[in-house]
Ligand binder design. Structure first.
Ligand SMILES: O=C(O)[C@@H](CO)OP(=O)(O)O
Ligand SMILES: [Mg+2]
Length: 417
Protein backbone atom coordinates (compact mmCIF):
# COMPACT_ATOMS: atom_id res chain seq x y z
CA UNK A 1 0.00 0.00 0.00
CA UNK A 2 1.32 3.38 -0.90
CA UNK A 3 2.01 5.83 1.91
CA UNK A 4 0.31 8.70 0.20
CA UNK A 5 -3.11 7.19 1.00
CA UNK A 6 -2.53 6.20 4.62
CA UNK A 7 -3.94 8.52 7.26
CA UNK A 8 -1.26 9.83 9.59
CA UNK A 9 -3.09 12.58 11.41
CA UNK A 10 -6.52 14.17 11.70
CA UNK A 11 -6.85 17.54 13.35
CA UNK A 12 -9.71 19.98 13.93
CA UNK A 13 -9.53 23.74 14.36
CA UNK A 14 -12.12 26.45 14.99
CA UNK A 15 -12.83 28.78 12.07
CA UNK A 16 -15.57 31.31 11.29
CA UNK A 17 -18.65 30.82 9.16
CA UNK A 18 -20.43 33.49 7.10
CA UNK A 19 -22.54 34.62 10.08
CA UNK A 20 -19.45 35.13 12.20
CA UNK A 21 -20.22 32.00 14.21
CA UNK A 22 -17.53 29.51 14.95
CA UNK A 23 -17.46 26.22 13.12
CA UNK A 24 -15.07 23.33 12.62
CA UNK A 25 -12.47 22.73 9.91
CA UNK A 26 -10.86 19.29 9.89
CA UNK A 27 -7.52 18.51 8.26
CA UNK A 28 -6.61 15.02 7.14
CA UNK A 29 -2.96 14.30 6.43
CA UNK A 30 -1.47 11.13 5.01
CA UNK A 31 1.90 9.51 5.65
CA UNK A 32 2.98 10.77 2.23
CA UNK A 33 2.23 14.38 3.24
CA UNK A 34 -0.96 14.80 1.20
CA UNK A 35 -3.31 17.09 3.13
CA UNK A 36 -6.75 18.57 2.66
CA UNK A 37 -9.63 19.82 4.78
CA UNK A 38 -13.40 19.70 5.23
CA UNK A 39 -15.68 22.29 6.87
CA UNK A 40 -19.01 21.93 8.66
CA UNK A 41 -21.61 24.50 7.59
CA UNK A 42 -24.52 25.44 9.88
CA UNK A 43 -28.26 25.93 9.39
CA UNK A 44 -30.65 28.47 10.92
CA UNK A 45 -33.95 26.90 9.93
CA UNK A 46 -33.07 23.38 10.94
CA UNK A 47 -35.20 20.29 10.71
CA UNK A 48 -35.84 18.70 14.09
CA UNK A 49 -34.57 15.34 12.81
CA UNK A 50 -31.20 16.64 11.71
CA UNK A 51 -28.01 15.16 13.13
CA UNK A 52 -26.75 17.17 16.10
CA UNK A 53 -23.77 19.51 16.07
CA UNK A 54 -21.67 19.77 19.23
CA UNK A 55 -21.17 23.25 20.65
CA UNK A 56 -20.13 24.71 23.99
CA UNK A 57 -22.16 27.22 26.00
CA UNK A 58 -20.56 30.17 24.17
CA UNK A 59 -21.39 28.82 20.72
CA UNK A 60 -17.86 27.61 20.02
CA UNK A 61 -17.14 24.13 18.71
CA UNK A 62 -14.40 23.01 21.13
CA UNK A 63 -16.28 19.81 22.04
CA UNK A 64 -16.35 18.83 18.34
CA UNK A 65 -12.64 19.67 18.04
CA UNK A 66 -11.96 17.36 20.98
CA UNK A 67 -13.90 14.57 19.26
CA UNK A 68 -11.66 14.93 16.24
CA UNK A 69 -8.33 15.40 17.94
CA UNK A 70 -8.73 12.55 20.39
CA UNK A 71 -11.31 9.95 19.34
CA UNK A 72 -11.49 10.31 15.55
CA UNK A 73 -7.76 10.75 15.09
CA UNK A 74 -7.13 7.60 17.13
CA UNK A 75 -9.76 5.55 15.35
CA UNK A 76 -8.85 6.46 11.77
CA UNK A 77 -5.06 6.54 11.88
CA UNK A 78 -3.75 3.92 9.45
CA UNK A 79 -6.89 3.87 7.26
CA UNK A 80 -6.55 4.29 3.49
CA UNK A 81 -8.34 7.55 2.52
CA UNK A 82 -9.87 5.81 -0.51
CA UNK A 83 -11.93 3.58 1.80
CA UNK A 84 -14.61 6.26 2.29
CA UNK A 85 -17.37 3.86 3.21
CA UNK A 86 -15.30 1.92 5.78
CA UNK A 87 -14.16 5.20 7.29
CA UNK A 88 -17.69 6.60 7.48
CA UNK A 89 -19.06 3.37 8.96
CA UNK A 90 -16.27 3.45 11.54
CA UNK A 91 -17.26 7.02 12.46
CA UNK A 92 -20.92 6.01 12.74
CA UNK A 93 -19.97 3.12 15.03
CA UNK A 94 -17.61 5.18 17.11
CA UNK A 95 -20.37 7.71 17.67
CA UNK A 96 -22.94 5.02 18.40
CA UNK A 97 -25.99 7.32 18.61
CA UNK A 98 -28.87 7.73 16.15
CA UNK A 99 -28.22 11.42 15.63
CA UNK A 100 -24.41 11.69 15.93
CA UNK A 101 -24.78 13.57 19.19
CA UNK A 102 -21.83 11.91 20.93
CA UNK A 103 -18.99 12.96 18.62
CA UNK A 104 -21.04 15.68 16.92
CA UNK A 105 -22.29 15.69 13.34
CA UNK A 106 -20.14 18.77 12.72
CA UNK A 107 -16.98 16.84 13.70
CA UNK A 108 -18.03 13.82 11.66
CA UNK A 109 -19.11 15.53 8.42
CA UNK A 110 -16.02 17.76 8.33
CA UNK A 111 -13.87 14.62 8.71
CA UNK A 112 -15.81 12.70 6.09
CA UNK A 113 -15.43 15.55 3.56
CA UNK A 114 -11.74 16.01 4.39
CA UNK A 115 -11.14 12.30 3.76
CA UNK A 116 -12.76 12.50 0.29
CA UNK A 117 -10.85 15.64 -0.66
CA UNK A 118 -7.55 14.14 0.51
CA UNK A 119 -8.20 10.96 -1.48
CA UNK A 120 -8.92 12.97 -4.64
CA UNK A 121 -5.74 14.96 -4.12
CA UNK A 122 -3.65 11.85 -3.54
CA UNK A 123 -5.02 10.33 -6.73
CA UNK A 124 -4.41 13.52 -8.71
CA UNK A 125 -8.11 13.79 -9.56
CA UNK A 126 -10.56 16.67 -9.42
CA UNK A 127 -12.92 16.13 -6.50
CA UNK A 128 -15.94 15.82 -8.79
CA UNK A 129 -14.13 13.18 -10.84
CA UNK A 130 -13.24 11.23 -7.72
CA UNK A 131 -16.83 11.35 -6.47
CA UNK A 132 -18.36 10.57 -9.84
CA UNK A 133 -16.12 7.72 -10.89
CA UNK A 134 -16.23 7.23 -14.63
CA UNK A 135 -19.67 8.70 -15.21
CA UNK A 136 -20.41 11.33 -17.81
CA UNK A 137 -21.09 14.53 -15.98
CA UNK A 138 -23.52 17.37 -16.32
CA UNK A 139 -23.65 20.74 -14.66
CA UNK A 140 -26.54 21.26 -12.22
CA UNK A 141 -29.12 24.00 -12.70
CA UNK A 142 -28.66 26.69 -10.03
CA UNK A 143 -31.51 27.68 -7.74
CA UNK A 144 -30.60 31.27 -6.89
CA UNK A 145 -32.18 32.63 -3.76
CA UNK A 146 -32.13 36.38 -4.45
CA UNK A 147 -34.77 37.61 -2.04
CA UNK A 148 -34.51 36.49 1.57
CA UNK A 149 -37.25 36.23 4.17
CA UNK A 150 -38.06 34.07 7.19
CA UNK A 151 -35.23 33.30 9.58
CA UNK A 152 -32.61 34.46 7.06
CA UNK A 153 -33.69 38.10 7.05
CA UNK A 154 -35.28 40.77 9.23
CA UNK A 155 -38.95 40.68 10.02
CA UNK A 156 -40.32 40.85 6.52
CA UNK A 157 -41.79 37.77 4.87
CA UNK A 158 -42.76 34.37 6.21
CA UNK A 159 -41.50 32.50 3.15
CA UNK A 160 -37.75 32.08 3.60
CA UNK A 161 -36.42 32.03 0.04
CA UNK A 162 -37.46 33.48 -3.31
CA UNK A 163 -35.54 31.77 -6.04
CA UNK A 164 -34.91 32.37 -9.73
CA UNK A 165 -34.24 29.38 -11.97
CA UNK A 166 -32.38 30.00 -15.25
CA UNK A 167 -33.54 26.94 -17.14
CA UNK A 168 -33.58 28.20 -20.69
CA UNK A 169 -29.90 28.80 -21.36
CA UNK A 170 -27.37 26.69 -23.21
CA UNK A 171 -24.56 26.91 -20.73
CA UNK A 172 -24.23 27.25 -16.99
CA UNK A 173 -22.16 30.41 -17.39
CA UNK A 174 -24.83 32.06 -19.55
CA UNK A 175 -27.49 31.03 -17.05
CA UNK A 176 -25.51 32.38 -14.11
CA UNK A 177 -24.57 35.69 -15.72
CA UNK A 178 -28.17 36.30 -16.82
CA UNK A 179 -29.18 35.61 -13.21
CA UNK A 180 -26.78 38.26 -11.97
CA UNK A 181 -28.49 40.78 -14.27
CA UNK A 182 -31.86 39.91 -12.78
CA UNK A 183 -30.33 40.19 -9.31
CA UNK A 184 -29.01 43.67 -10.08
CA UNK A 185 -32.37 44.79 -11.46
CA UNK A 186 -34.01 43.50 -8.31
CA UNK A 187 -31.64 45.65 -6.25
CA UNK A 188 -32.49 48.67 -8.40
CA UNK A 189 -36.22 48.05 -7.93
CA UNK A 190 -35.82 47.68 -4.19
CA UNK A 191 -33.80 50.90 -4.04
CA UNK A 192 -36.45 52.79 -6.04
CA UNK A 193 -39.32 51.48 -3.92
CA UNK A 194 -37.88 51.39 -0.43
CA UNK A 195 -34.52 53.13 -0.42
CA UNK A 196 -30.97 51.92 -0.62
CA UNK A 197 -30.87 50.66 2.93
CA UNK A 198 -33.14 47.75 1.99
CA UNK A 199 -30.60 46.31 -0.39
CA UNK A 200 -28.74 45.14 2.72
CA UNK A 201 -28.23 41.45 2.23
CA UNK A 202 -29.80 38.55 4.08
CA UNK A 203 -27.86 35.48 5.20
CA UNK A 204 -27.72 33.96 1.74
CA UNK A 205 -26.92 37.13 -0.17
CA UNK A 206 -30.45 38.01 -1.26
CA UNK A 207 -32.08 41.39 -0.64
CA UNK A 208 -34.61 41.59 2.16
CA UNK A 209 -37.04 44.44 1.47
CA UNK A 210 -39.88 45.27 3.88
CA UNK A 211 -42.63 43.34 2.12
CA UNK A 212 -45.66 41.93 3.83
CA UNK A 213 -47.04 39.41 1.41
CA UNK A 214 -45.59 36.53 -0.57
CA UNK A 215 -47.14 37.82 -3.75
CA UNK A 216 -45.34 41.16 -3.51
CA UNK A 217 -42.03 39.28 -3.59
CA UNK A 218 -43.02 37.25 -6.65
CA UNK A 219 -44.19 40.44 -8.33
CA UNK A 220 -40.81 42.05 -7.67
CA UNK A 221 -39.02 39.02 -9.14
CA UNK A 222 -41.23 39.22 -12.25
CA UNK A 223 -40.44 42.91 -12.66
CA UNK A 224 -36.72 42.28 -12.22
CA UNK A 225 -36.73 39.53 -14.86
CA UNK A 226 -38.63 41.82 -17.23
CA UNK A 227 -36.32 44.79 -16.61
CA UNK A 228 -33.29 42.60 -17.26
CA UNK A 229 -34.82 41.63 -20.61
CA UNK A 230 -35.37 37.95 -19.88
CA UNK A 231 -39.14 37.68 -19.79
CA UNK A 232 -40.22 34.04 -20.13
CA UNK A 233 -36.71 32.71 -19.59
CA UNK A 234 -36.77 32.25 -15.85
CA UNK A 235 -38.83 30.05 -13.62
CA UNK A 236 -39.37 30.81 -9.95
CA UNK A 237 -38.96 28.78 -6.82
CA UNK A 238 -39.66 29.20 -3.13
CA UNK A 239 -38.43 27.60 0.05
CA UNK A 240 -41.30 28.18 2.44
CA UNK A 241 -39.41 26.57 5.35
CA UNK A 242 -42.91 26.47 6.74
CA UNK A 243 -42.16 24.68 10.01
CA UNK A 244 -41.00 28.12 11.12
CA UNK A 245 -44.43 29.73 10.68
CA UNK A 246 -46.50 26.72 11.62
CA UNK A 247 -48.43 27.18 14.82
CA UNK A 248 -48.43 23.64 16.13
CA UNK A 249 -50.88 24.27 18.95
CA UNK A 250 -53.58 25.55 16.64
CA UNK A 251 -52.54 23.49 13.62
CA UNK A 252 -52.38 26.56 11.35
CA UNK A 253 -49.87 28.44 9.25
CA UNK A 254 -49.48 32.12 10.07
CA UNK A 255 -48.80 33.89 6.83
CA UNK A 256 -49.73 37.16 5.09
CA UNK A 257 -51.41 38.34 8.28
CA UNK A 258 -53.80 35.36 8.36
CA UNK A 259 -54.06 31.92 9.90
CA UNK A 260 -54.48 29.18 7.34
CA UNK A 261 -55.21 25.48 7.65
CA UNK A 262 -53.19 23.02 5.55
CA UNK A 263 -56.12 22.77 3.13
CA UNK A 264 -56.19 26.54 2.79
CA UNK A 265 -52.44 26.52 2.19
CA UNK A 266 -53.00 24.15 -0.73
CA UNK A 267 -55.29 26.74 -2.32
CA UNK A 268 -52.84 29.49 -1.44
CA UNK A 269 -49.88 27.78 -3.15
CA UNK A 270 -52.04 26.73 -6.10
CA UNK A 271 -53.10 30.32 -6.74
CA UNK A 272 -49.49 31.47 -6.66
CA UNK A 273 -48.50 28.69 -9.06
CA UNK A 274 -51.27 29.70 -11.42
CA UNK A 275 -50.19 33.30 -11.47
CA UNK A 276 -46.39 32.85 -11.54
CA UNK A 277 -44.11 30.23 -13.12
CA UNK A 278 -43.44 28.34 -9.89
CA UNK A 279 -41.31 25.37 -10.90
CA UNK A 280 -39.97 24.62 -7.42
CA UNK A 281 -41.51 24.66 -3.95
CA UNK A 282 -39.61 23.46 -0.89
CA UNK A 283 -41.10 22.59 2.50
CA UNK A 284 -44.60 23.99 1.86
CA UNK A 285 -45.88 22.17 4.97
CA UNK A 286 -44.44 21.43 8.35
CA UNK A 287 -41.85 18.70 8.66
CA UNK A 288 -44.25 15.98 9.84
CA UNK A 289 -46.98 16.46 7.30
CA UNK A 290 -46.15 13.89 4.58
CA UNK A 291 -49.81 13.73 3.56
CA UNK A 292 -50.34 17.37 2.61
CA UNK A 293 -47.05 17.38 0.73
CA UNK A 294 -48.50 14.51 -1.32
CA UNK A 295 -51.83 16.24 -1.83
CA UNK A 296 -50.15 19.39 -3.10
CA UNK A 297 -47.76 17.43 -5.33
CA UNK A 298 -50.60 15.55 -6.96
CA UNK A 299 -52.40 18.83 -7.57
CA UNK A 300 -49.43 20.86 -8.85
CA UNK A 301 -48.05 18.53 -11.50
CA UNK A 302 -45.73 21.15 -12.99
CA UNK A 303 -44.12 22.13 -9.70
CA UNK A 304 -41.33 20.15 -8.09
CA UNK A 305 -42.49 19.95 -4.49
CA UNK A 306 -39.33 19.31 -2.48
CA UNK A 307 -38.58 18.00 0.99
CA UNK A 308 -35.83 19.52 3.12
CA UNK A 309 -36.84 19.51 6.79
CA UNK A 310 -39.22 16.72 5.78
CA UNK A 311 -36.35 14.30 5.07
CA UNK A 312 -33.18 15.84 6.58
CA UNK A 313 -31.08 13.80 4.12
CA UNK A 314 -32.14 10.64 5.95
CA UNK A 315 -33.13 7.56 3.91
CA UNK A 316 -35.56 6.46 6.59
CA UNK A 317 -37.78 9.51 6.06
CA UNK A 318 -37.25 9.54 2.31
CA UNK A 319 -38.70 6.03 2.15
CA UNK A 320 -41.78 7.29 3.92
CA UNK A 321 -42.00 10.13 1.40
CA UNK A 322 -41.71 7.67 -1.48
CA UNK A 323 -44.48 5.49 -0.05
CA UNK A 324 -46.72 8.52 0.37
CA UNK A 325 -45.71 10.05 -2.98
CA UNK A 326 -45.01 13.20 -1.00
CA UNK A 327 -42.53 14.99 -3.26
CA UNK A 328 -40.86 15.02 -6.65
CA UNK A 329 -37.73 16.64 -5.22
CA UNK A 330 -35.28 16.27 -2.32
CA UNK A 331 -32.78 18.58 -0.70
CA UNK A 332 -29.41 16.94 -0.04
CA UNK A 333 -27.37 18.50 2.77
CA UNK A 334 -24.44 16.38 3.94
CA UNK A 335 -24.35 17.93 7.42
CA UNK A 336 -27.98 17.02 8.07
CA UNK A 337 -27.01 13.35 8.19
CA UNK A 338 -23.29 13.52 9.04
CA UNK A 339 -21.32 11.38 6.56
CA UNK A 340 -20.76 11.34 2.81
CA UNK A 341 -21.60 7.64 2.61
CA UNK A 342 -25.07 8.24 4.03
CA UNK A 343 -25.43 11.29 1.77
CA UNK A 344 -24.68 9.12 -1.29
CA UNK A 345 -27.14 6.49 -0.09
CA UNK A 346 -29.86 9.12 0.25
CA UNK A 347 -29.02 10.62 -3.13
CA UNK A 348 -29.05 7.24 -4.88
CA UNK A 349 -32.37 6.27 -3.31
CA UNK A 350 -33.90 9.51 -4.58
CA UNK A 351 -32.48 9.00 -8.05
CA UNK A 352 -33.64 5.37 -8.27
CA UNK A 353 -37.13 6.64 -7.58
CA UNK A 354 -36.94 9.40 -10.23
CA UNK A 355 -36.90 12.13 -7.61
CA UNK A 356 -35.11 15.34 -8.53
CA UNK A 357 -32.04 16.08 -6.44
CA UNK A 358 -30.89 19.42 -5.04
CA UNK A 359 -27.40 19.56 -3.51
CA UNK A 360 -27.64 22.39 -1.01
CA UNK A 361 -25.55 24.76 1.06
CA UNK A 362 -26.57 25.94 4.53
CA UNK A 363 -27.37 29.51 5.50
CA UNK A 364 -24.16 29.56 7.57
CA UNK A 365 -21.42 28.64 5.11
CA UNK A 366 -17.66 28.80 4.74
CA UNK A 367 -15.68 29.66 1.64
CA UNK A 368 -15.06 25.99 0.93
CA UNK A 369 -16.58 25.03 -2.43
CA UNK A 370 -16.89 21.29 -1.86
CA UNK A 371 -20.63 21.12 -2.63
CA UNK A 372 -19.98 22.39 -6.17
CA UNK A 373 -17.84 19.32 -6.84
CA UNK A 374 -20.34 17.14 -5.01
CA UNK A 375 -23.18 18.37 -7.23
CA UNK A 376 -21.23 17.87 -10.48
CA UNK A 377 -19.76 14.56 -9.27
CA UNK A 378 -23.17 13.09 -8.52
CA UNK A 379 -24.86 14.67 -11.58
CA UNK A 380 -27.36 16.39 -9.35
CA UNK A 381 -30.31 18.04 -11.11
CA UNK A 382 -29.94 21.27 -9.13
CA UNK A 383 -27.57 23.08 -6.82
CA UNK A 384 -28.94 25.53 -4.27
CA UNK A 385 -26.26 27.88 -3.03
CA UNK A 386 -27.78 31.31 -2.54
CA UNK A 387 -27.54 34.60 -4.39
CA UNK A 388 -24.73 35.28 -6.85
CA UNK A 389 -23.12 37.53 -4.22
CA UNK A 390 -21.19 37.15 -0.94
CA UNK A 391 -17.95 35.23 -1.14
CA UNK A 392 -19.12 32.06 0.56
CA UNK A 393 -21.86 31.70 -2.11
CA UNK A 394 -19.84 32.82 -5.14
CA UNK A 395 -17.11 30.34 -4.14
CA UNK A 396 -19.47 27.56 -5.21
CA UNK A 397 -20.64 29.27 -8.42
CA UNK A 398 -17.07 30.15 -9.36
CA UNK A 399 -15.98 26.56 -8.91
CA UNK A 400 -18.71 25.38 -11.28
CA UNK A 401 -17.66 28.03 -13.81
CA UNK A 402 -14.14 26.70 -13.54
CA UNK A 403 -15.29 23.12 -14.09
CA UNK A 404 -17.49 24.08 -17.04
CA UNK A 405 -14.66 25.98 -18.63
CA UNK A 406 -11.99 23.37 -18.10
CA UNK A 407 -13.99 20.24 -18.94
CA UNK A 408 -16.70 21.53 -21.26
CA UNK A 409 -19.40 19.71 -19.39
CA UNK A 410 -22.96 20.08 -20.63
CA UNK A 411 -25.51 22.19 -18.73
CA UNK A 412 -28.08 19.83 -17.21
CA UNK A 413 -31.19 21.84 -18.00
CA UNK A 414 -32.59 19.37 -20.50
CA UNK A 415 -33.72 16.74 -18.04
CA UNK A 416 -35.65 18.98 -15.71
CA UNK A 417 -39.07 19.32 -17.34
O1 LIG B 1 -33.73 25.84 4.57
C1 LIG B 1 -32.78 25.74 3.78
O2 LIG B 1 -32.94 25.17 2.72
C2 LIG B 1 -31.40 26.19 4.18
C3 LIG B 1 -30.49 26.59 3.10
O3 LIG B 1 -31.02 27.50 2.19
O4 LIG B 1 -31.42 27.08 5.25
P1 LIG B 1 -30.72 26.64 6.64
O5 LIG B 1 -29.30 26.29 6.32
O6 LIG B 1 -30.87 27.84 7.53
O7 LIG B 1 -31.46 25.45 7.15
MG1 LIG C 1 -35.00 24.52 3.13
Amino acid sequence: MSDQFIIKKIKGIEILDSRGNRTIRVFVETEGGIKSFGDAPAGASKGSREAIELRDSKGGVKPAIDSVNYFINDALRGFDVRRQEDIDRTLIQLDGTDNKSKLGANAIIATSIAVAKTAAKALGLEIFQYIGGGRKHRIPVPLLNILNGGLHAGNNLKIQEFIIIPLKFNKFSEALFASTEVYKQLKNLVTEKFGKIYTALGDEGGVSPPLNKTEEALELLSDAVKKAGYEGEFFFGMDAASSDFYNEKEGVYEIDGAKKSAEEMIDYYSELAEKYPVLYLEDPFNENDFEHFAELQSKLKNTIITGDDLYTTNVKYLKKGIENKSTRGVIVKPNQIGTLTETYEFFDTARENSIKTVISHRSGETEDNFIADLAVGLNSDFIKTGAPARGERTAKYNRILEIENEYEIEYGNKNII
